[in-house]
Design a protein around this ligand. Structure first.
Ligand code: SAH
Length: 212
């Protein structure tokens, strides 16, 4: 895997596109400039991967488009050293971006093959990220509470177990809906008080129950 001059050029273009479309968080833009997105997909996509699209990563799953990754990364308002739970490891790209932003990342994947492949890959490229083969609807209770939770698959409803693994003051970003999803941000104000805000519409692969 090489990060060539032209890949950096493609990343610059991607960053320009993101900032023209409302991504204003400089830290997020910098992280996406420094992580080579083409490392996370088959080499057949190494030039096109910087376009605003989702790409196949095997097992019927996709790596989210650059805008989707940037949007979720911006919406969770990360600060360095925060403990973060990601649901849907997939290619590991979103996890690597969160780690680049200084988070302590725990990421959960239900598909065994993707889990194994990505765990091995992330150990080289982003060694601080901890990978788990789990059903994400259950969260990761033994590591809770989390400062931030980010769900990268489309949920039909907000899993209650996940909400309850947020620290007080913690934030969860989750796309909710059937065919298309609305991005929802949930802030835990107190033990029994959650604030919900709605943002733009997206299209994610489904958040499924159970691990395989
Ligand atoms: N964040 C990923 C996006 C992958 S697509 C990336 O950057 O590449 C969403 C992922 O969520 C898929 O890999 C899918 O297998 C996984 N997923 C779906 N339902 C899940 C569940 N219940 N628990 C854990 N992972 C799940």
């Amino acid at each position: 895997m090489k990060d060539e001059y032209y890949h950096k050029g493609l990343r610059k273009k991607m960053i320009a596109h993101l900032s023209e479309h409302g991504i204003i968080d400089e830290e997020v833009l910098l992280a996406m400039m420094s992580v080579p997105r083409h490392f996370f997909v088959d080499s057949a996509f190494s030039k096109t991967i910087y376009e605003e699209k989702a790409f196949p990563i095997g097992e019927g799953q996709t790596i989210s488009s650059p805008f989707t990754v940037a949007y979720q990364s911006q919406l969770i308002e990360l600060a360095p050293r925060m403990k973060v739970l990601e649901i849907g490891t997939g290619s590991g790209y979103q996890a690597a971006i969160l780690a680049q932003l200084g988070a302590r990342v725990h990421t959960v994947e239900r598909q065994q093959k993707l889990y194994e492949k990505t765990k091995e890959f992330l150990a080289k490229i982003s060694p601080g990220v901890r990978c788990f083969h789990r059903d994400g609807t259950l969260g990761l209770p033994e590591f809770a509470p989390f400062d931030r939770i980010i769900v990268t698959a489309g949920a039909s409803e907000i899993p209650i177990l996940l909400k309850n693994q947020l620290a007080i003051g913690g934030i969860m970003v989750i796309p909710v809906g059937q065919k298309t999803q609305r991005m929802i941000r949930i802030t835990r104000r107190a033990e029994d008080s959650f604030q919900e805000e709605q943002f733009e519409a997206f299209r994610f692969v489904p958040f499924l129950k159970g691990k395989v």
